[in-house]
Design a protein around this ligand. Structure first.
Ligand SMILES: Nc1nc2c(c(=O)[nH]1)N[C@H]1C(S)=C(S)[C@@H](COP(=O)(O)OP(=O)(O)OC[C@H]3O[C@@H](n4cnc5c(=O)[nH]c(N)nc54)[C@H](O)[C@@H]3O)O[C@H]1N2
Ligand SMILES: Nc1nc2c(c(=O)[nH]1)N[C@H]1C(S)=C(S)[C@@H](COP(=O)(O)OP(=O)(O)OC[C@H]3O[C@@H](n4cnc5c(=O)[nH]c(N)nc54)[C@H](O)[C@@H]3O)O[C@H]1N2
Ligand code: SF4
Ligand SMILES: [Mo]
Length: 717
């Protein structure tokens, strides 16, 4: 028997960066627990981390490449796979141009050190501008706001949750999601700590979420009306003459014009649409102005909606004019040890709008187009049409709007490759699947999430288990495709050097050249400190980190002003769509992460979580009973789902989980298939986007509902 050993690492599943303590013997995991000595997560972890062992041992997980043939999938060697892929990609690009090859990057790329470092050169080597990612079903409006207001898309303000006296959470459920664009392990504990020190937490959400339940106040809001609420709050700040920029006084451009714009949005004018009393809006703004420190944090619900761009802009504006920007207890800026902005000069030009998408003319940003337009870029004939695609760690058939239509588009491709660990709803359309190592087989360092973290810490984890000789890491796969696409002979000495550049070499160099380099930060130091190193709380640093040309915060970038007529039009519309009278929103579940963790038995066992939440009064009016099968339809599709009746959801709104729908044939996630659920993105409409940023409007999808099982089937129409 080999001896029992302990390994320390960060969990790579979500953004929270929880430290884990893993006991193992040989190749067998004995336990996974929160690492009490991790200076950031201090022993906290959620139930998903335990499943890291299931992903490691999963029999369905692919480990060597497979190729689709007329009679099914066959094994293929790595060398043959790379040869075929390079040949096919080159052929298509020669015949139809570089942009005939599309790339889709999914969420796990952000949680993978190698991919974070090697995707850029990889994409460059393919030479296509047709790049897409899950960012445009998620946080793109945050990047656009940072780009235009602060000069860098990656300079993200994060709520200083550990010191604030008042936290307003709009469209986020961090008690379940563990925070997003706010890396904060154990959000529940951190929220309770706000309350314990006499502070207050208010949640604005169309659903009484677990976060709302522990908050001091929950305000139900009509979906997609957050920009009006934020404007009304900004109006209140000017109205009470409480604008206070504090240390940013000489650093903010546009404050005078803002006053006259905000005049147009008194709480009384927006209340009816927002669904929150004018007096309550005034009190909320007043309480936040009165607090020693306060912060407004808005997330998915405020981003993946038709006004996502305006919401993230106005969130920043509110924090700035209340004196809560770049200040303890407000919205602050991390200073990560690996600083993605290290080489960015002030005034550098971003790629926003550098190109417009071919078919729908949506903006290119952060090096990519919105995924909401991917299907039509594949299906619309003409110069620049996408004929071939590579997906890397993404499952857009389940995760992107109108995913079922995207599946049809994938079927029409000349050639498709997926770098993924499963044969799933997306990868089943690939000609070749290249499986990567994952989780415990990889080393780990959170390049992105340290940039969004509520505290400056730093940690590196080596792989727990060395990969088998026949396995490849994601970054090795990317490098190999690049080498073959650029015809770089593998045996020249210069290529040998590039081949040998590992993520660790780059990481070490960045740490040494980074902000803490002079204090001895290096990979070796991190290896010597396996629980991680605490650098300290966030410090005011905007004056040094801002990247606008003049070093000033831009309060009123023109593109937001140009979008206001669209917002104002909302106040003239009638609230209800006649054919699709309900607003559909998504929800996240504690025990699943997007579409891919459902192949762990321990995470999916129990009763079906994929239900449609509906308010009791709506259910009564439609004759819907608990557990009844419901047909939910939108203008793009329909699904059948079980009803769950609860007054946690607002009247006129229904909610279903995102990331489900493992009921498709020709996939191989046998555990997930036992509790498949249905896909919310068979209902969401790829044509519904925030036109400012191109971000998908996943929330607020108009739907109709009807009971379809024998008892009391009454149509809503
Ligand atoms: N309606 C609705 N839709 C949504 C959302 C919503 O709230 N509502 N949320 C959106 C958000 S925030 C996001 S981020 C997106 C996510 O969208 P995607 O990123 O497209 O979806 P994931 O489920 O994260 O897909 C992960 C894929 O990576 C594979 N994978 C897992 N680990 C690895 C690995 O180590 N290497 C490789 N190569 N592959 C791996 C999995 O098998 C899976 O195929 O979904 C979005 N879609
Ligand atoms: N357990 C778990 N954790 C996760 C994930 C997961 O799948 N499972 N996914 C991870 C990922 S990729 C991300 S991006 C983060 C997301 O992290 P969060 O943004 O915290 O998560 P969501 O649950 O999507 O929260 C969105 C909230 O917005 C509300 N909402 C919907 N429409 C509106 C609206 O119009 N206005 C307002 N004000 N609210 C609205 C919803 O009811 C929901 O409570 O979570 C991450 N963490
Ligand atoms: S909260 Fe996120 S990072 Fe922490 S253990 Fe759970 S999945 Fe992992
Ligand atoms: Mo996400």
């Amino acid at each position: 028997m080999s001896e029992i050993k302990t390994h320390y690492r960060n969990c790579n599943i979500c953004e929270a960066m929880c430290g884990l303590e893993i006991k193992y013997q040989g190749k067998q995991i004995l336990s996974i627990k929160g690492d009490k000595q991790d200076p950031f997560s201090a022993g906290y972890m959620c139930p998903k981390a335990t499943a890291l062992q299931d992903f490691y041992t999963d029999k369905d997980r692919l480990k060597t490449p497979i190729r689709r043939t007329a009679t099914g999938w066959e094994d293929i060697s790595w060398d043959d796979a790379f040869t075929e892929i390079a040949e096919q990609f080159k052929k298509i690009q020669t015949e139809h141009g570089k942009n005939a090859l599309g790339i889709y990057l999914g969420n796990p790329n952000a949680h993978n050190l190698g991919n974070a470092l090697f995707l850029k050169p990889f994409m460059k080597s393919l030479g296509t501008i047709n790049r897409f990612s899950s960012a445009s079903t998620d946080q793109m409006p945050h990047h656009v706001a940072s780009n235009f207001m602060l000069g860098a898309g990656m300079l993200i303000p994060v709520p200083d949750i550990d010191r604030t006296d008042f936290m307003l959470i709009i469209g986020g459920n961090p008690v379940v999601s563990n925070g997003s664009m706010m890396t904060a392990p154990n959000v529940l504990g951190r929220i309770k700590a706000i309350q314990k020190r006499g502070g207050k937490v208010v949640v604005v959400d169309p659903r009484r979420t677990r976060t709302a339940k522990i908050a001091d106040q929950h305000l139900f809001i009509r979906p997609e009306k957050d920009a009006l609420l934020l404007f009304a709050m900004i109006h209140c700040v000017f109205d009470s003459d409480k604008v206070n920029l504090r240390h940013l006084d000489l650093m903010v451009d546009g404050i005078d014009d803002l006053a006259s714009i905000a005049k147009e949005y008194p709480p009384e004018a927006v209340a009816e649409f927002v669904g929150i009393d004018a007096q309550k809006i005034r009190t909320l703004a007043k309480d936040m102005m009165a607090a020693d420190s306060a912060v407004c944090y808005s997330r998915m619900g405020a981003s993946t909606q038709t006004f996502g761009g305006l919401c993230q802009w106005l969130t920043n504006v509110f924090n700035i004019i209340t004196g809560n920007f770049d200040r303890a207890g407000g919205a602050m800026f991390p200073q990560p040890a690996f600083d993605l902005l290290r080489n960015h000069k002030r005034g550098y030009k971003s790629s926003f709008g550098q190109y417009l998408s071919r078919v729908r003319k949506l903006p290119f940003f952060n090096g990519e187009f919105p995924v909401a337009t991917l299907a039509e870029e594949i299906l619309t004939k003409g110069e620049g049409q996408i004929k071939s695609l590579i997906t890397i760690a993404g499952n857009p058939v389940l995760s992107a709007p109108s995913g079922h239509k995207l599946a049809q588009a994938f079927k029409s491709l000349d050639y498709m490759v997926s770098v993924d660990i499963y044969l799933n709803e997306t990868t089943k359309y690939a000609n070749i699947i290249l499986p990567a190592t994952t989780g415990l087989e990889n080393s780990h360092y959170d390049i992105f999430f340290n940039s969004f973290s509520v505290r400056n810490t730093v940690k590196y984890s080596p792989p727990l288990f060395e990969k088998e000789e026949y396995q490849r890491s994601d970054w090795q796969i990317l490098k190999e495709i690049s080498a073959r696409m650029t015809n770089t002979p593998v045996d020249t000495s210069s290529q040998k050097i590039t081949q040998e550049i590992t993520p660790e070499i780059i990481l070490d160099m960045e740490l040494k050249n980074g902000p803490y380099g002079e204090q001895g930060m290096s990979l070796k130091k991190l290896i010597d400190n396996p629980h991680g190193i605490d650098i300290g709380p966030l410090m005011p640093c905007l004056a040094e980190r801002i990247k606008t040309a003049e070093g000033k915060v831009q309060l009123l970038p023109q593109l937001y002003l140009d979008d206001l007529p669209r917002l104002n039009a909302v106040m003239k519309q009638s609230a209800r769509d006649k054919d699709y009278p309900f607003d559909l929103i998504g929800r996240r579940l504690v025990k699943s992460h997007n579409t891919w963790t459902q192949n762990s038995d321990r995470l999916i066992k129990g009763k079906n979580p994929c239900t449609l939440e509906i308010h009791p009064e709506d259910a009564k009016a439609l004759g819907i009973e608990k557990g009844q099968l419901i047909l939910v339809s939108s203008n793009v599709g329909s699904v059948e789902i079980e009803a769950a009746i609860t007054d946690d959801i607002q009247l006129g709104v229904v909610s279903m989980p995102q990331g489900w729908g493992h009921n498709q044939k020709d996939t191989n996630m046998s555990v997930a298939a036992t509790q498949p659920g249905v896909s919310i993105n068979d209902l969401t409409d790829a044509q519904r986007v925030d036109t400012l940023t191109g971000n998908a409007a996943l929330n607020g999808t108009p739907v109709a509902i009807r009971a379809i099982s024998a008892i009391s089937a009454i149509s809503v129409l």
